[in-house]
Design a protein. Structure first.
Length: 209
């Protein structure tokens, strides 16, 4: 078992232990069954699931790519793709995800507006989904989605699910060579994920950020 997998398991065990402590505190003050004075089984299951969802909904970032374009005689990253997957099997609602970009001068928020597609035989930066991206929104390119949960319910729900978040940078927030940008993913529940980009010098258009 590799170190990454061990770290994931240990982190999830920590989440569960914390959830048990929080659950005990909540149960102590929760509405109880009128006959037994104890929380009902349904209340316990509901509260436990809410706690686990809140602390364990964690997005992993597995890769970060960008593509340079010549804009006003200067090379700038125009298109960005972030490969994500869930930490463990869990439901993460893609429709409620928002992305905050901060290049030190401008802070911009991007919203999801329903653009989901499969990669299939297309290459990453030549996929037709880019035609639907405006600089104010983002979409998803599904790489692995065995149960079609992204298409059917717009969620990623298994640790094997992999998808690129794809978006364009508008003229109001740019990323030229050697520039940096902080990126924050805000899921509807769970842990906020932060990462940073640094646009490297490269003679090739597609780079790792």
């Amino acid at each position: 078992m590799n170190l990454g997998r061990i770290s994931t398991i240990l982190l999830f065990i920590t989440f569960l232990l914390v959830s048990m402590v929080i659950a005990n505190e909540i149960f102590a003050g929760s509405t109880t069954d009128s006959t037994t004075g104890e929380p009902t089984e349904q209340e316990i299951e509901q509260m436990t699931q809410e706690i686990i969802d809140e602390i364990s909904s964690y997005i992993q970032i597995r890769d970060q790519k960008g593509k340079y374009y010549k804009i006003n005689s200067e090379r700038k990253i125009k298109e960005i793709a972030i490969l994500i997957s869930p930490l463990v099997t869990q439901n993460i609602d893609l429709t409620q995800l928002t992305i905050q970009l901060n290049n030190g001068e401008t802070v911009k928020t991007l919203y999801f507006d329903g653009n989901i597609s499969k990669m299939k035989s297309n290459t990453l930066f030549e996929h037709p989904i880019w035609d639907n991206l405006t600089g104010d929104n983002f979409g998803f390119l599904s790489i692995v989605d065995l149960d079609n949960s992204m298409d059917d319910h717009q969620v990623i729900n298994d640790y094997s699910d992999n998808a690129y978040i794809v978006f364009k940078l508008s003229s109001s927030i740019t990323l030229a060579e050697y520039d940096t940008m902080d990126v924050t993913l805000f899921p509807s529940t769970g842990i906020t994920k932060m990462t940073s980009f640094r646009a490297p010098f490269s003679i090739k258009p597609v780079v790792t950020l």
